[in-house]
Structure formats: C-alpha cells, structure tokens
Design a protein around this ligand. Structure first.
Ligand SMILES: [Zn+2]
Length: 170
C-alpha cells in the first residue's frame, strides 16, 4: 500500500455515510505539473465525503499559503488562499468527466484519484491576477525595464480606482 498516491481514495470498500480525510499539498506536488503557476505551497485540505448507494458527494476546504509569480514584476509572491469546492461522483459504466463538477466513475474501478482536482482547486483559489498588492512592493528594476520597453501594465484591465486617486495626487 505504500506506493499508493496519498490522493487516491479506495472508495469501493467505503461504507455508506460520511468519511473525512485530510490532505497536504507541498512543493513536490506542484513540481509534478509542468504548467503549475504555483511554485511553493503549504496547503491543508479537509475533505468530507458522503457515500451514497449510487454516488458520492465530496466537499473540499482548502487553506494555506502558496508562492507564485507576480504578474507585474515577475518576483516571487506569497499569497494566502482559501477555497471550497464540491465534486459529485456518480457510479456508472464508464469513467469520465461529464461536467466540471460531476465525475462518472466505473464501478470496475476501486480508486478515486483526486490529484487533478486538488491541483485545479489550488489554482482556482488564486486571485484572477496575482500581483503585489502595493506596486511599491514590486521589484523596481523589473518595473523600470517594463517602462523602458513601453510595456503597458494592464492593457485589458479597467483602471483600478485607487490608482486614479494616486494620479490626482500628482
Ligand atoms: Zn510585483
């Protein structure tokens, strides 16, 4: 059993009712994914799984700290995350996702692999744009360079009203 991924749940033998699990996601988890935006992580996950006769309902609570890249200056950026999500797993004839939140799993399987879901939930927990909250915390050299290159910081983003206030000060 030692070789089993800690993120696989042997659901076949579970009794009907509630079961709870705890997972941790660390650097090595995300290092396995080439396109992970998360470079370092210390995430705790509580999972409440309700097994019913034809399906399972899984409720996830994620919390912790991750490191990603600031989208403005490229420096490492630490972010506290909190996210909850829900997954319904229906027992069927084949295994495959029928919907974002509904997974059909064949009863010929006996393990439910959650790693892809946990990876996605952690990324969903990131803000839509990860930047140093205060531009002054950004790497000044990187910002100067962007300035020199004439790169517009936010071509598509509506101006943050707080920045408008700053402009008035000038
Ligand atoms: Zn930054």
């Amino acid at each position: 059993m030692a070789t089993l991924s800690p993120y696989k749940i042997p659901f076949l033998g579970l009794s009907v009712g509630f079961h709870t699990y705890e997972f941790e996601l660390d650097d090595s988890f995300f290092a396995a994914y080439e396109f992970s935006e998360i470079t370092h992580a210390d995430i705790q996950i509580d999972l409440e799984l309700e097994k019913q006769s034809t399906m399972m309902v899984l409720k996830f609570e994620l919390g912790g700290v991750v490191e990603t890249e600031c989208a403005r200056c490229g420096d490492p950026l630490e972010i506290e995350i909190e996210h909850s999500d829900r997954l319904v797993v229906k027992f069927g004839d084949t295994t495959g996702t029928s919907d974002d939140d509904i997974l059909e799993i064949s009863t010929s399987e006996h393990l439910l692999d959650l790693s892809q879901y946990l990876y996605e939930y952690a990324h969903l927990a990131l803000p839509s744009r990860s930047v140093h909250e205060d531009e002054e915390d950004c790497n000044p050299d990187a910002l100067d360079l962007l300035d020199d290159l004439g790169v517009d910081d936010d071509p598509d983003e509506p101006l943050d009203p707080r920045w408008d206030a700053l402009k008035d000060l000038k």
